[in-house]
Design a protein around this ligand. Structure first.
Ligand SMILES: [Mg+2]
Length: 274
């Protein structure tokens, strides 16, 4: 896909999320929007996967550590052919396999449960080391929030990954300076967070997390480094491209009305994958 195609796919995923959370009457739309461009590059270009064989051993692994942003992961999986788009509006409904947080046992294409915040890098490291021991030539990609990096287990995993020289582990930090309770910099600031990953001996890059080519280039650079794990600090905007959600923490967990769904459709018109 071209850069423009991937941008438009990111917006398609954003609108999928707005429509899904509206139909479901529950869910976290805001935290999905900041990672839409990363998700588009990963699921529509980068990840080595086979929707017909979700547990293919050679596949790349993906961990959405900020598991509450799963509506966008479900949209990406549906659009890659893991299951029907008709399943999306059933999110969080009784009997639906699309749980409020990702479920490894129920959802094809999900590599791990997540949503208990902080665990994703440690889980990804376990996958990376396991794959390396089996001589599988792949990568493990993790998306972690910025507020989430206040969790202590993040830094235990950071130490262990460097010690084990996990060059096949690539972590994206979704740095939107927002978390459930407010601004990260006002609650318990991690910034400058890239300095911390440097101090833990990771390969570190800082990019605009909404720039498709910057995301592509950062992944290519990270893959060249084989003796250290990689952290890509992605500067992002919570609620990106949905006008009433941008930088508005009220949309961390909130349901768009039918009118707000229309506003989102209008805002993305002409800039969306059809
Ligand atoms: Mg955040």
């Amino acid at each position: 896909m071209t850069t423009n195609d991937l941008q438009r796919m990111a917006n398609r995923l954003r609108l999928d999320v707005v429509e899904t959370v509206h139909a479901a009457g529950d869910g976290h739309p805001g935290p999905c929007m900041s990672i839409a461009d990363i998700m588009s590059v990963l699921f529509f270009e980068e990840l080595k996967l086979d929707p017909a064989n979700p547990r293919w051993p050679e596949r790349d692994r993906f961990v959405l550590s900020k598991g509450h942003a799963c509506p966008i992961l479900y949209a990406a999986l549906a659009r890659r052919g893991y299951f029907s788009l008709d399943e999306l509006p059933k999110l969080r409904s009784l009997g639906s396999f699309l749980q409020g947080h990702p479920d490894y046992n129920k959802i094809p294409g999900i590599d791990t449960v997540s949503g208990s915040l902080g665990n994703g890098i440690a889980i990804g490291l376990g996958m990376a080391l396991g794959c390396r021991m089996q001589h599988i030539d792949n990568h493990v990609f993790v998306i972690v929030g910025d507020g989430e990096q206040q969790e202590g287990i993040i830094w235990e995993a950071a130490m262990a990954a460097a010690k084990h020289q996990a060059g096949n582990l690539i972590v994206f930090g979704d740095c939107n300076n927002n978390q459930s309770g407010g601004k990260v910099t006002e609650l318990s600031s991690l910034y400058p967070v890239a300095d911390k990953w440097n101090a833990f001996h990771w390969h570190v890059q800082t990019i605009d997390g909404h720039d498709i080519d910057a995301i592509r280039n950062a992944i290519a650079e990270a893959k060249k480094v084989t003796d250290r794990p990689s952290y890509i600090e992605c500067r992002t905007i919570k609620g990106k491209n949905i006008p009433y959600m941008e930088n508005n923490n009220a949309w961390h967990k909130k349901v768009p009305t039918a009118e707000e769904v229309e506003i989102a459709r209008e805002a993305l018109r002409g800039a969306i994958w059809e």
